[in-house]
Design a protein around this ligand. Structure first.
Ligand SMILES: Cc1cc2nc3c(=O)[nH]c(=O)nc-3n(C[C@H](O)[C@H](O)[C@H](O)COP(=O)(O)OP(=O)(O)OC[C@H]3O[C@@H](n4cnc5c(N)ncnc54)[C@H](O)[C@@H]3O)c2cc1C
Length: 466
């Protein structure tokens, strides 16, 4: 395509980055700023996948809930990882300034709402985040949440005043422009077909060129493919779809006064107002690729379920992208063998985490900063290939379905206090919604589980990767 530069000649660089998504571009920008010669090789175009289709919400933390992180690696290491994730968010804030990326439209504040009445859990979470993890948070009571979001779907909320949102697409292209300005070279339409990471100078082959580099950073996410297929197979690809509505006028302002991003604690819905009176909304997920337009109706129905007063909303545009979900829920950041690095598996929360990864890897290569080793407990675990995808879809549907059912039940309980007479009918309805499948005591067979074995010192060698 016109305007894209493809690698058609042989090249020697310090660092070769595979993939021009958020992860690869941040590594490239940081490494170039620190003085390395950098080439980014992108098989399609900048931001082609998830990075060019995200909603731009920047939060601290990871996709994995903080309690699970503590259970897995202990309190002190969790604190350090959490601090890194906050640094990642601060990096995005510093980079996403109007001076560096014009039109980035940064706005403040994000709200995480609960689908169930869980005030007691909220208080302990607030204390932990505020006191132990130095994260500014406010607890919102149900009334406050419902004053801002006029729906009985949500209960308590955690407000993050320092979280923010940006124009996600502008950000990824802004990163590319900044990386180029810092001296990195970015080649599009340049798929990497093989890597040979042995030797001091590593080799990369593309259809029309060969490249040699001291370090290779694999930031191809779920599409990495041939260069290191065993690595791709440690990710479960999950396609997430989002839409923006047609202008909704005054009715939107009446339904939603909150101006930041809203996510629910079960990771089902994620939305915010854009362009004054449109809703941007992400929700449906699949473990196979599908045409995003197919999900317009599902998103419409989801909006209607949460905000029925909006009536029928027109959908102006639908899009989607594949996120890479690891079995343990944490990103893959680190050195697989000398000079071969990985930055992937960022899941649904990729803005702060890719920024963190980019900084960690560039600083490790160029300054010897070893903090990426905090991620070593999260080894590369096979995600189950095609079987894993089918199981993942079933489990995803089950989890989302049971969360929705839990929310329905909580709403039922609240109403039951004032409408005792319809109690039985509501319960029956909640059970009908929840009861398409009986509750599971154990995960269904086939669910990919984290392996408990210690990772080899060099996971790529352990996996037999070349
Ligand atoms: C609908 C949606 C909404 C989201 N909203 C948010 C949000 O609001 N906030 C947030 O924090 N996160 C959000 N995310 C998650 C976030 O987008 C991802 O975590 C992040 O973009 C992952 O970035 P990446 O660079 O790892 O991967 P990718 O964006 O997939 O980039 C990888 C690139 O590598 C290239 N590539 C792969 N293999 C090769 C190869 N062999 N040779 C050359 N190139 C190759 C691909 O073409 C691709 O361009 C959202 C995701 C989706 C889908």
């Amino acid at each position: 395509m016109a305007g894209r530069s493809r690698l058609s000649f042989d090249l020697d660089v310090d660092i070769a980055v595979v993939g021009a998504g958020l992860a690869g571009l941040t590594v490239a920008l940081e490494a170039a700023r620190l003085g390395a010669s950098v080439a980014v090789l992108e098989g399609r175009h900048i931001g082609w996948n998830a990075s060019g289709h995200q909603l731009g919400t920047v939060m601290p933390g990871f996709g994995l809930p903080i309690g699970e992180l503590i259970a897995r690696i202990g309190f002190e290491d969790t604190r350090e990882l959490w601090a890194l994730s906050r640094e990642g968010a601060e990096y995005v804030r510093a980079t996403a300034s109007e001076e560096l990326i014009p039109g980035i439209a940064l706005s403040e504040g994000a709200l995480e709402v609960s689908n169930v009445e869980a005030g007691d859990q909220l208080i302990s979470r607030l204390q932990m985040l505020g006191e132990d993890f130095e994260t500014e948070v406010e607890g919102w009571q149900v009334d406050r949440v419902r004053a801002e979001l006029k729906t009985d779907h949500y209960f308590h909320g955690v407000y993050y005043p320092k979280a923010f949102q940006i124009d996600g697409c502008k950000y990824v292209h802004g990163l590319a422009a900044l990386a180029r300005r810092a001296g990195a070279r970015i080649f599009e339409d340049t798929p990497v077909v093989s890597v040979d990471p042995s030797g001091i100078r590593k080799r990369i082959v593309t259809p029309s060129a060969r490249l040699r580099a001291s370090h290779i950073v694999l930031a191809g996410n779920v599409h990495l493919g041939a260069p290191l297929r065993r690595l791709s197979e440690t990710l479960l690809p999950v396609w997430r779809y989002a839409a923006v509505t047609a202008p909704l006028g005054e009715r939107l302002a009446e339904a939603i006064t909150f101006r930041g991003s809203v996510t629910d604690t079960d990771g089902i819905d994620h939305f915010r107002i854009v362009d004054g009176d449109r809703l941007m909304w992400a929700s449906p997920e699949t473990t196979w690729t599908a045409r995003p337009v197919r999900f317009a109706g599902a998103i419409q129905r989801r909006i209607r379920a949460i905000f029925p007063q909006l009536g029928s909303v027109g959908i102006a545009e639908v899009w989607g992208g594949a996120v890479g979900q690891t079995v343990h829920g944490m990103p893959q950041i680190g050195q697989l063998r000398r000079g071969l690095w990985v930055a992937s598996g960022f899941g649904r929360q990729g803005l702060n985490t890719t920024a963190m990864a980019g900084q960690l890897i560039a600083r490790s290569i160029l300054w010897g900063d070893e903090r990426w080793r905090l991620f070593s407990p999260f080894e590369l675990v096979w995600a189950g290939g095609a079987t894993g995808r089918v199981a993942g879809q079933v489990i995803g549907m089950w989890e989302r379905g049971s969360s929705a059912a839990a929310g329905a039940l909580a709403r039922y309980r609240e109403r039951a206090r004032v409408q005792e007479r319809i109690r039985e009918a509501r319960l029956a309805e909640a059970n009908r919604q929840a009861g398409t499948r009986p509750p599971l005591r154990h995960p269904p067979p086939g669910r990919p589980r984290p392996q408990r074995t210690r990772p080899p010192a060099n996971p790529a060698e352990g996996e037999g990767a070349s």
